[in-house]
Design a protein around this ligand. Sequence first.
Ligand SMILES: Nc1nc2c(ncn2[C@@H]2O[C@H](COP(=O)(O)OP(=O)(O)OP(=O)(O)O)[C@@H](O)[C@H]2O)c(=O)[nH]1
Ligand SMILES: [Mg+2]
Length: 274
Amino acid sequence: MTKIFVPISSLKYKPTKQMKTVLKTIFVTGTAGAGKSLLSSKLYDYYTQNGAFAAVLNLDPGVENLPYTCDIDVRDYVDIVSVMKQYDLGPNGALVMANDLIASKIDDIRSEVERVNPDYLLVDTPGQIELFAYRTSGKFIVENLTSEEKTGIFLFDGSLITTPINFVSIALLATSIRLRLNLPTINTITKTDVIGPKIKDIIQWSSNLRSLENAIAQEADGETYTLTTNILRGLNLSGFAQGLIPVSNVTGEGLVNLEGALSRILNLGEEVED
Ligand SMILES: Nc1nc2c(ncn2[C@@H]2O[C@H](COP(=O)(O)OP(=O)(O)OP(=O)(O)O)[C@@H](O)[C@H]2O)c(=O)[nH]1
Ligand SMILES: [Mg+2]
């Protein structure tokens, strides 16, 4: 069977008519299972309750259940099971192909966004962050959604940050995603409701390089210590895990701080009206 992959590198978006560019777009990214979809639904509720018109765009072709009703859903364009069958691919190959197919539908997605015409567009990105961020198609979508302002949120999964080395590793990923997507990014730690007093350590690590280095020294020595502290110093030069905002998508704790940070980026300090 011939596998026809979309020649994404040759994709060039040419608007067919004047598009409205009034909306503000928030790309919710983070490690698999970190809470991207649940946070998207919480932010949708927040904007809606505060009188703004929000919409959610689901970019995950493989998701089965979502905690919100999609306004725009890439599953309307790409069916992952059909892609697997049609191109004789396994689940990961199908996701790669699906992401590229989605990018080739950018005209339709843009038209849908224009039809919905929200003030805030929440983009729930796929669980396989490396597929979205490192393939050309993900960046292509980020660049070609028309928006007055765009920002990213990167979710550090609180339940993964069990040690200082894990923390540095995920911070490295967050920086790498920021580099790829080229978006101003708010760093957020989720699941604070399940990590208990550990959150104090994590906040201390994120704001005080010396304390993080000390914690790394207690966890590791030799090559691991050297590698981790060298990465950390490199990250620190470009704003390592800056302003990490703790939130719980379950209790709602900390969401107000995240919404404030979003407002500062998207509305230049102008809060959503109560
Ligand atoms: N306790 C707790 N659970 C959470 C929180 N955020 C998400 N979860 C749970 O974590 C699981 C994954 O949440 P999702 O919102 O689907 O995470 P996701 O990042 O969209 O997952 P993928 O798209 O599969 O990568 C679900 O069971 C959520 O209920 C949180 O802040 N606290
Ligand atoms: Mg999700």
